[in-house]
Design a protein around this ligand. Structure first.
Ligand code: NDP
Length: 484
């Protein structure tokens, strides 16, 4: 746990993210660490009664699993402010409140003062991206708390140039190691398991390269359709929503060079280096990317209208609901290995996994019959599972080849992904958050694809809601015990 207690100031406290993910995430953290000293200051331009915020906070903490007495303690020290977060004067007052300067004469500790009683102030931007940039500008002239950390939601910028501009703004406020670009996939337990799997198992270390691995697929296919989120999604699309942030972060963990320590600096360095080395496959977005949009169909037993007929969708934007890119990490470890990242909505089969496909054996002894199935390691992102699919002898014919599946249900973490990421942020540790240069690299790759799409160089395909990813997009994971 942290050296300092923390005050989490949430800008956008009346929003969906705060209520649905952020506060329950804190609740799950408090379930695991009931003694953790954290206060919440909610702020939003929406006028909310103190009692209403108190009720929302209590409900969300309970949803995360916090005990009643812990909820009472945290709620008693928390508060809500109605303000315009782009107004410097109002922000200054808010920071003073969070730092404890307005705390009944400092009786409840001081704020970000050095020495005894200091608190770390985490300013969490749960705001629309355009507002986030304006708040950063409004913070520039202010007297900022000494222990101020900034936590920023995705999307971080809207393209590479936007991310660079935002990074430049943020850099003038606090040092980079106090900036936390949040990607909750980095707090998912199986994503974290990739670190142990790769670096604590000699058998995987030895084969983790182009020498032995033929291809990598990272997929997050959902059955959910738009679910009324056109206001956000129609401007984002599958590539920006899922691949630019989450899936490239997972790819970085799967492909990075071994860091000498699992610490903020070494992990962030290793991820940034591999992202810098990543290129579109063949250097051409026309062949390295696919995009599609769902038409009417049935998914999850529900009738779904065509995407273009969903409320709030502007069909002329040609927003994709299914996106795929293939990349190559141009290093001696990975050159020649296609890495495919894909995510989509309203799909029939909901693969959410990383699949490592191993190369064929160099020589298969004669006398063995049947086709040698590919050996695969399947890391389930949801649910948390891990499968090793290996070639064995068939039960009924000892010289015939078949595939056997070694399967593990991974630990069922009590800590939600947001709780895991917030634990680090509240401790002032950015190990599970994204560094500025890494965010820019992810945009660099996606900008290239988006430019080709905007120029009409990659056709926008259709798929009926409830169908599988079109076969022509590449081999799907062969059926088996495919629960991952
Ligand atoms: P919402 O629109 O639900 O919430 C944003 C809140 O910020 C609203 O209450 C809004 O008020 C308030 N706000 C806007 N401008 C100001 C301002 N100048 N001063 C104070 N408050 C202001 O958005 P979400 O909660 O869905 O998303 C927030 C961020 O989190 C976005 O960056 C989003 O991309 C990201 N995110 C969201 C996820 C989700 O599932 N919701 C998932 C992952 C990331 P008003 O309603 O009056 O505009």
């Amino acid at each position: 746990m942290s050296d300092l207690p923390a005050t989490l100031v949430v800008l956008g406290a009346s929003g969906d993210l705060t209520r649905r993910l952020l506060l329950p995430g804190i609740g799950s953290l408090l379930a695991q660490e009931p003694d953790r000293d954290v206060r919440v200051v909610g702020a939003d331009r929406v006028e909310v009664e103190a009692s209403t915020f108190d009720a929302v906070l209590r409900e969300a903490l309970a949803e995360g699993g916090a005990a009643d007495e812990v909820i009472d303690r945290v709620a008693a020290s928390s508060s809500y402010r109605c303000l315009d977060a782009t107004d410097s004067a109002q922000l200054q007052e808010l920071l003073a409140l969070a730092s404890g300067v307005e705390d009944d004469g400092g009786a409840r500790d001081g704020g970000a003062r050095d020495g005894d009683g200091a608190r770390r102030v985490v300013l969490y931007f749960a705001l629309p991206p355009a507002v986030t940039a304006r708040v950063c500008e409004a913070l520039q002239p202010l007297d900022l708390p000494a222990e101020l950390h900034l936590a920023m939601e995705k999307p971080f910028g809207e393209d590479e140039a936007g991310a660079r501009a935002l990074n430049a703004l943020v850099e003038r406020l606090v040092p980079e190691d106090r900036v936390h670009r949040v990607d909750h996939f980095l707090g998912m337990s199986t994503v974290l398991d990739i670190i142990a799997l790769r670096f604590a198992n000699r058998m995987f270390q030895a084969v983790w390269s182009a020498e032995h691995i033929e291809s990598i697929e990272i997929a997050y296919d959902e059955a959910l359709a738009l679910e009324g989120r056109a206001g956000y999604y129609d401007h984002a699309g599958a590539l920006r929503d899922m691949i630019q942030s989450h899936l490239l972060q997972v790819m970085a963990l799967v492909t990075m060079e071994p860091p000498s320590s699992i610490t903020e600096r070494d992990l962030r360095d290793a991820k940034a280096a591999v992202l810098r080395a990543t290129r579109l496959w063949g250097g051409d977005a026309r062949t390295a990317s696919r995009r599609a949009r769902y038409t009417a169909g049935v998914t999850d037993d529900r009738r779904v209208p065509s995407y273009v007929d969903e409320d709030g969708v502007d069909p002329s934007r040609e927003t994709e609901t299914l996106a795929q890119i293939t990349v190559e990490v141009a290093t001696s470890r990975w050159a020649g290995v296609p890495i495919t990242l894909r995510s989509g909505k309203a799909l029939g089969t909901t693969h959410k996994h990383v699949v490592i496909t191993f190369a064929d054996v160099r020589h298969l002894p004669s006398g063995l019959t049947g086709t040698d199935p590919k050996d695969r390691l399947v890391i389930g992102l949801n649910p948390d599972t891990m499968e090793l699919r290996i070639t064995t002898n068939a039960a009924d014919d000892s010289l015939a080849l078949t595939q056997s599946v070694l399967r593990a249900d991974m630990r069922h973490a009590t800590l939600r992904p947001y709780g895991e990421v917030l634990a680090g942020i509240l401790d002032g540790n950015g190990m599970l958050t994204v560094r500025g240069d890494a965010a820019e690299e992810c945009w660099r790759l996606c900008d290239e694809v988006l430019a080709a799409w905007a120029d009409g160089e990659v056709p926008l395909e259709d798929y009926p809601a409830g169908s599988d990813v079109p076969e022509s997009w590449g081999p799907a994971l062969p059926p088996g015990d495919d629960a991952a």
